[in-house]
Write a protein that binds this ligand. Structure first.
Ligand SMILES: [Ca+2]
Ligand SMILES: [Ca+2]
Ligand SMILES: [Ca+2]
Length: 405
């Protein structure tokens, strides 16, 4: 964008204005005085869309407004996407207009969605004031070089052991790709023209590496990561991971973090069954199932009354490393940005919403934040059976000015 461009740019559609007449019978005559003709009606509004010479819009609006038969005349304002991020139109989870979805290479992946099968994130943003709410991402790391997510990272810890004895810690870089995608869903920078927007774009990320370059980890590494995050100021911990066997060490780490005031969110799992996984199934963790762009449960998503919430987790656009990564090699995903599917993608949407609730004021308790996120979820099909509460709604969670369904 050229300097000063925004200031000179017109914000209304050229060549047309919207006019409503008090007396429809007088419309043609009034318009003719200015060399204009009647135009098509605009929905149920009673107004007409009138063609005018480009550049004369405001002048003609002023002239018509002086005519007593005109109720009002106004410019046809340009409505733009809620953010200018390149892939925002693909981010149905934030704002679903029923758009079709494609992957980064242009392959169609989903036909028309259901409008407003989304978390109303855009409406939620206007209701938050606090910037820099820290969200810990316990995962495979976050790409160190990436304009849309790396600048959001304010803290780092590595609990993954390297294979070699000489180097006790694994490479901190995200070579698997999972953690970078999850972090972007929470807090990718919005309105910087590139990439995507996170659910909480003014949040910061604590990058806690607990998964290795193959995407696996251990209960002990995760317990270490939870403890580090809680001690280092995380308001929310996201764990897009799970194990089928419960661990007393893991649960203790979870409970200690909860008692320190952290909201803890985890994936419900991708088994497609009702089998519990941990840490999601612990009482102090919000477990999240995955839905699609029609508010329907993903076939792969684990479900059941033990699952707390649902969130979009199918074809979710986010950041990937700018270098080759394992998930890209396995699935042909593009570097930089692409879609991903899994309860791993649904969990950070809830984590981002919890962070938005924290971002309203500094003195909310974690129990209040959790209650707010759960009690305001949209009551979609499956609520009470496939998951206890509904599909998360960011706008309602922050008491925003939310669209009516
Ligand atoms: Ca919406
Ligand atoms: Ca962006
Ligand atoms: Ca739980």
């Amino acid at each position: 964008m050229a300097p000063g461009n925004a200031a000179t740019q017109s914000s209304h559609v050229a060549g047309q204005i919207m006019v409503k007449f008090r007396d429809k019978g007088a419309a043609a005559g009034a318009l003719r005085q200015h060399g204009l003709r009647e135009g098509p009606g605009i929905g149920s509004t009673g107004a007409q869309l009138i063609n005018v010479p480009a550049g004369k819009e405001l002048q003609l609006i002023e002239a018509l407004s002086r005519n007593p038969v005109v109720e009002y005349a106004e410019p046809d304002e340009q409505v733009t996407a809620a953010t200018n991020d390149q892939y925002f139109p693909q981010q149905y989870a934030l704002q679903n207009t029923g758009q079709s979805l494609t992957s980064a290479n242009g392959t169609p992946v989903a036909a028309d969605g259901t409008a407003d099968a989304d978390v109303d994130a855009v409406e939620a943003w206007t209701a938050t004031t606090v910037k820099g709410t820290p969200v810990a991402i316990l995962d495979s790391g976050v790409a160190n070089v990436h304009d849309d997510i790396a600048p959001q990272v304010v803290g780092f810890a590595n609990f993954v052991s390297a294979d070699t004895k000489e180097d006790p810690k694994a490479d901190p870089e995200d070579k698997y790709g999972h953690g970078t995608h999850v972090a972007g869903i929470v807090a990718a920078k919005a309105n910087n023209t590139i990439g995507v927007a996170g659910v909480c774009p003014d949040c910061t990320i604590l990058d806690v590496k607990v998964l290795n370059d193959s995407g696996s980890g251990s209960s002990s590494a995760i317990a270490n990561g939870i403890s580090w995050a809680a001690a280092n100021g995380a308001k929310v911990i996201n764990m897009s991971l799970g194990q089928r066997v419960s661990s007393r060490t893991l649960e203790t780490a979870v409970n200690n973090a909860w008692n320190r005031g952290v909201v803890i969110v985890a994936a419900a799992g991708n088994a497609g069954t009702q089998a519990k996984i941990y840490p999601g199934a612990y009482p102090n963790v919000i477990a999240v199932a995955a839905t699609d762009n029609r508010d329907v449960k993903a076939s792969f998503s684990t479900y059941g009354r033990w699952v707390d919430l649902a969130a979009p987790g199918v074809n979710v656009y986010s950041t990937f490393p700018n270098h080759p990564f394992v998930l890209g090699t396995q699935n042909g995903r593009s570097t930089g940005y692409d879609i991903g599917s899994g309860t791993s993608m649904a969990s950070p949407i809830v984590a981002g919403v919890a962070a938005l609730v924290w971002s309203r004021s500094a003195d909310t308790a974690n129990s209040t934040v959790r209650e707010k996120v759960q009690s305001t979820a949209d009551n979609i099909d499956g609520t009470g059976t496939l998951w206890e509460h509904g599909r998360v709604n960011a706008c309602k969670a922050v008491d925003g000015d939310c669209p009516q369904p």
